[in-house]
Design a protein around this ligand. Structure first.
Ligand code: SF4
Length: 277
């Protein structure tokens, strides 16, 4: 059984994968610091309960996590477009470029090969430890960076929030291994979810610093219709977590104080901290 077959038979994260053809590889990006956006996939199998990508892409939430499209001709399109399109390329601006199916498809890896060939500048964002597989290519991209999203240091809590993504412990391993290979790595702490204990936050930030993060980017929860109910439903098994969510999920003061706390801890650890977006 290939790794793709074994992934598709994973009952915990059922997904349909379609191979599609794109017409354009690189589109203009309005995100700060990025000129162009590159997304080898649409849909996202990580199943994060706080994901707002389907709202932006006008897709239904269930369909977003179950139906993944892989744009298999992107490497060929990139080879042509990179001759004239220049600037910082965001790899994974609307969905994670290291989908679980990427392990078998190698689509993002083949895009990276083109980016290396054309000496492109790239900013990757992922919450998959699979990114460490591509350290050989990523380390050859100068003036580039890899952001690894970590919302909590607690693997069990992450399994509730992000059931089909790599556990945080594996993401930290990936960050360390990329750093050791000379890749510029940063930690994306976001979204802030009302489930952190202060001690977790301290440990989380120490851990990303020790794993080699050059910087921390922080983002708050972006609540969309139906999201609160989904989060509370997932937290049902843990009454204290459910209570914390219910209490703070719409509390602006809570987010302000958590962001201030992150900045304070970062300053104590000598870590640069920036607001995302
Ligand atoms: S990894 Fe990103 S795009 Fe994928 S489900 Fe999670 S938040 Fe959404």
């Amino acid at each position: 059984m290939s790794s793709l077959d074994s992934f598709l038979s994973d009952e915990r994260c059922p997904q349909n994968v379609s191979m599609v053809k794109a017409t354009v590889a690189l589109s203009p990006s309005r995100l700060p610091g990025l000129d162009l956006a590159l997304n080898p996939y649409t849909g996202c199998g990580h199943g994060c309960v706080y994901c707002y990508a389907p709202y932006i892409m006008r897709r239904d939430v269930e369909g977003w996590s179950r139906n993944i499209s892989a744009k298999m001709n992107l490497p060929l399109l990139l080879d042509r477009e990179l001759i004239r399109k220049k600037g910082m390329i965001g790899l994974g601006t609307v969905t994670d470029p290291y989908q679980p199916v990427e392990e078998g498809l190698l689509l993002t890896r083949r895009c990276l090969e083109m980016l290396v060939k054309h000496h492109a500048r790239v900013s990757v964002l992922t919450k998959s430890s699979l990114v460490a597989r591509d350290a050989d290519l990523l380390s050859r991209l100068s003036d580039s960076e890899v952001g690894i999203t970590i919302t909590t240091i607690d693997d069990d809590l992450a399994a509730m929030l992000e059931p089909c993504a790599s556990p945080p412990s594996k993401r930290l391993d990936a960050m360390r291994s990329l750093h050791d290979e000379g890749v510029n790595v940063y930690a994306f702490i976001g979204p802030i979810v009302p489930a952190f204990a202060d001690s977790d936050l301290d440990l989380l930030l120490r851990s990303v610093r020790d794993a080699g993060a050059s910087m921390v980017m922080i983002d708050r929860l972006n609540l969309r219709p139906g999201m609160k109910a989904r989060m509370l439903a997932r937290a049902k098994a843990d009454p204290s977590l459910e209570q914390i969510l219910e209490l703070h999920i719409e509390d602006e003061g809570y987010y302000r104080s958590m962001i201030a706390r992150v900045k304070d801890i970062c300053s104590g650890l000598g870590l640069e901290c920036r607001d995302a977006f």
